[in-house]
Ligand binder design. Structure first.
Ligand SMILES: O=c1ccn([C@@H]2O[C@H](COP(=O)(O)OP(=O)(O)O[C@H]3O[C@H](CO)[C@@H](O)[C@H](O)[C@H]3O)[C@@H](O)[C@H]2O)c(=O)[nH]1
Ligand SMILES: [Mn+2]
Length: 755
């Protein structure tokens, strides 16, 4: 230990400018209160407006509905303040870590999950695997496990190829200080001659250059072999003979019905498993496909994770576990060391159960048409959870302490301490084949029968958002967590490239979150007395995504429909009551824009994000709400729709041009188009009233704000009208969706008009 022996391994800073924010928030709150006052005092129309009884009655009910929606939005706004109040930011001191602990770094087991070779191509999966094998970390302390829920021979073949290529790739990464360490990502960023990293200093430039090119060529050859094999769906005969692993597939009938397959492809304990350049050790690499039988529920990713926990405990038993999705490659080779700075910090490390990293996407376009990167959520809101006990676990890019993931309660500095339990000695003596056979038992369907797996132990079952509920339960056992969002992001994933995929993904998340809220894990009940009130509220903020659909649907359809009848639902333009409305709208959207831009977004990106939130609320959340109601009645079964990571060429081209992709007759699009149509009709009618009836001033005075609201909804829906009426490509809205939505919109209008 040097002189700085007592200095911490990480540091925490609070955000600046919070006083200004608080003043702003209070002013918005005053505006909101005035809006309530307006709604409450104007429940009944003033006498001169009309004496038609039917009009009064109808207006009253619509008014109450609007008031209710505004109360909900106010409540939700209030919750969201907790996500802005006091964010904290972390930084680490890796040099202190190496000075003090280089020899005692704990073992790390990395879990990569894949589920379908068609939508998660094996070449992508092995690039992720190679990127995590190449971490800047002692290789004898690193083990990588691939869980293949498809039980696919093609993925196994790709992994076998990767295990061989790793012997070239790892020393190459070290020599050229490669970043990122996914070969596909790396070679695609440096494919021009002048960008290649030959230092030319002491080494022989020519030799280096040749070496660099030879490894690139090896990668490309491997990639081509894997891609061809995947396309033909056939393993080359020579490979099949070479490795005993393929024999396991004699017993595999389908992806849903097969025994466990466990193959240790690189055994870290074997002297022959070293790299080709320096003969250094390389990380252990294991392929696992747990047993699947139609009779047994496999619990999706949660089931895979728990099988991985057990299998790894028997092979390397690293005290720290990193979990990534198969599309999420390591973008920063120092991320493991950063994470260790948190776990090994002498004064605070012992209470930290997991370190959650932020994530970026490799395939986002400039203005992020589908709002995938959730910019503000990742930059600000999760940092606010960190202030109040720690971020949620978001499923990928998270380092866990094995014991807390396995269900241990936090007790004190002593029991969560720094004594890392190392590999069990007995494994040193067992041969790989013996280990494989033990692991098959551990990953069988029946292993979990009558155990606490999925309940108290490991990742929790029963929710499509297994990550959130697992993180929550860890925090409720007394542990803290940490959010780390370094300058160079640690993980890069693949964003969905079509609107429907994005909406379906959001549906799964909102459904998972809402179901947790309705279960015994509701943070307000389950977390009471265990985690801070602020953290309970922050969890609630996300878990209540789904119910937002009702007030939103109301707000974006009813005022526009009532333009047809000229029923005014907002203050007149000349009335003073317009001020709180104007203030709340301008202040909150102005703030949101500023916040978005400070987090690195563009103006167009912000506009896109507003649109996608509208679409999410009216479609993903709406269908979540319906499905959840049905499943609460006990009629539905849990599902997990895996997000596609590839798209066909045409779709991808449109994505690159930021043209919205519809192209599917999904009911989600019917809802979305109907709302677009209702507002178009409302706006046209409102303008017609103004122009044809030559009552511009009067109509504007009465209905000004309502027309503006309707106009903004029309503007934001522009891509929908294009898709419905103007586009000819395959990504347009299918005509069946158009007919349905026109019919529904006309129906809604006539109900509003005649009833
Ligand atoms: O039966 C299954 C289904 C999925 N997966 C894997 O789970 C991961 C996540 O699936 P994906 O379709 O990519 O979902 P995303 O919405 O992108 O994932 C986020 O949300 C999920 C919960 O909804 C979490 O499980 C993920 O970790 C988190 O990154 C992928 O690697 C899949 O291969 C399995 O291993 N088995
Ligand atoms: Mn994903």
């Amino acid at each position: 230990m040097g002189r700085d022996g007592d200095l911490p391994l990480f540091e925490t800073k609070t955000a600046r400018g919070r006083i200004a924010y608080k003043l702003y928030a209070v002013s918005v709150f005053v505006g909101i209160c005035l809006i309530w006052a307006y709604r409450a005092s104007h429940l009944l129309p003033v006498a001169e407006e009309t004496d038609d009884d039917q009009y009064r009655r109808r207006r009253r009910w619509v008014w109450i509905g609007l008031f209710a929606a505004e109360l909900w939005f106010s409540f939700y706004w209030f919750l969201s303040q907790f996500a802005r109040w006091n964010p904290v930011y972390r930084s680490t001191f890796k040099h202190r870590l190496s000075q003090r602990y280089e020899k005692d770094l704990p073992g790390v087991d990395v879990f990569v999950c894949t589920a379908d070779p068609k939508i998660e191509p094996p070449i992508m999966v092995v690039n992720t695997v190679l990127s995590v094998m190449a971490y800047d970390y002692p290789p004898e302390k690193l083990s990588v496990y691939l869980s293949d829920d498809a039980g696919s021979e093609l993925t196994f073949y790709a992994l076998l190829e990767a295990s061989r290529f790793a012997k070239h790739w790892l020393p190459f990464c070290k020599k050229f200080k490669v970043e990122p360490r996914s070969p596909a990502a790396y070679f695609s960023t440096v494919d021009r001659d002048d960008q290649q990293p030959f230092d030319g200093g002491d080494g022989d430039r020519l030799v280096e250059k040749e070496y660099w090119w030879s490894v690139k060529k090896l990668y490309e050859e491997m990639r081509d072999r894997i891609e061809i094999t995947t396309r033909l769906a056939q393993i080359p005969a020579n490979m099949r003979k070479e490795h005993k692993g393929f024999r396991e597939w004699d017993l595999v009938s389908t992806a849903h019905d097969h025994p466990a397959v466990v193959q240790i492809l690189i055994d870290g304990r074997e002297p022959k498993d070293v790299d080709d350049e320096n003969h250094d050790q390389i990380p252990t690499l294991v392929y696992l496909s747990r047993e699947k039988r139609p009779k047994y529920h496999h619990n999706f990713k949660a089931g895979a994770m728990n099988a991985l926990i057990r299998v790894s405990s028997n092979i390397s038993n690293g005290p720290i576990i990193l979990n990534v999705d198969c599309d999420v490659y390591s973008n920063n080779s120092e991320a493991v060391r950063d994470a260790m700075c948190f776990f090994m910090d002498e004064s605070k490390g012992h209470e930290i159960a997991y370190v959650q990293y932020s994530q970026i996407y490799s395939n986002l376009t400039r203005n992020d048409l589908y709002g995938i990167c959730l910019r503000v959520l990742n930059e600000v809101e999760i940092a606010a959870m960190d202030t109040n006990g720690g971020p949620c676990y978001i499923g990928s890019g998270c380092f866990h302490r094995r014991e807390s993931l396995c269900g241990m309660k936090y007790c004190s500095k002593e029991c969560g301490g720094l004594e890392w339990r190392e590999k069990k000695d007995k494994n040193e003596k067992q041969s790989a084949t013996v280990l494989e056979n033990i692991c098959k038992v551990l990953s069988s369907c029946t292993y979990e029968d009558n155990t606490q797996w999925g309940k108290e132990m490991g990742v929790k079952y029963g929710f499509p958002a297994e990550d959130i509920v697992t993180g929550l339960s860890i925090q409720c056992r007394g542990w803290k967590s940490v959010y780390f969002n370094p300058e160079r992001k640690a993980f890069t994933g693949v964003a969905p490239t079509a609107l429907l995929q994005a909406l379906v993904q959001q549906k799964r998340w909102s459904e998972g979150l809402f179901q947790i809220f309705l279960s015994k894990y509701c943070p307000l009940i389950y977390g009471r007395g265990k985690i801070s009130l602020q953290l309970q509220i922050l969890y609630t903020l996300y878990m209540l995504w789904a119910p937002n659909c009702l007030p939103t649907l109301y707000y974006v359809s009813v005022p526009s429909l009532f333009l047809l009848k000229r029923i005014s639902l907002f203050p007149e333009i000349t009335s003073l009551w317009i001020l709180p409305f104007a203030y709340v709208i301008i202040a909150s959207y102005g703030y949101s824009l500023a916040e978005f831009l400070t987090c690195g977004g563009t103006l167009q990106g912000w506009w896109n994000e507003q649109r996608i939130w509208l679409f999410r609320r009216t479609t993903s959340f709406f269908f979540t709400f319906l499905d959840t109601m049905v499943s609460q009645l006990g009629f539905a079964e849990l599902g997990f729709v895996v997000t596609a990571k590839v798209s066909d060429e045409e779709v991808y081209q449109r994505y690159l041009q930021e043209t919205m992709e519809f192209g599917s007759p999904s009911p989600m699009f019917v809802v979305l188009s109907t709302i677009a149509m209702i507002n178009l009709l409302g706006l046209v009618w409102g303008l017609k009233n103004m122009i044809v009836d030559a009552q511009i001033i009067k109509v504007l005075e009465q209905l000004g704000l309502q027309i503006v609201l309707c106009g903004v909804i029309v503007l934001i829906n522009m891509p929908a009208y294009q898709g419905l009426f103007f586009r000819r490509d395959k990504g347009k809205m299918p005509s069946s969706v158009m007919y349905k939505s026109v019919m529904l919109a006309l129906l809604a209008c006539s109900v509003a008009f005649y009833c």
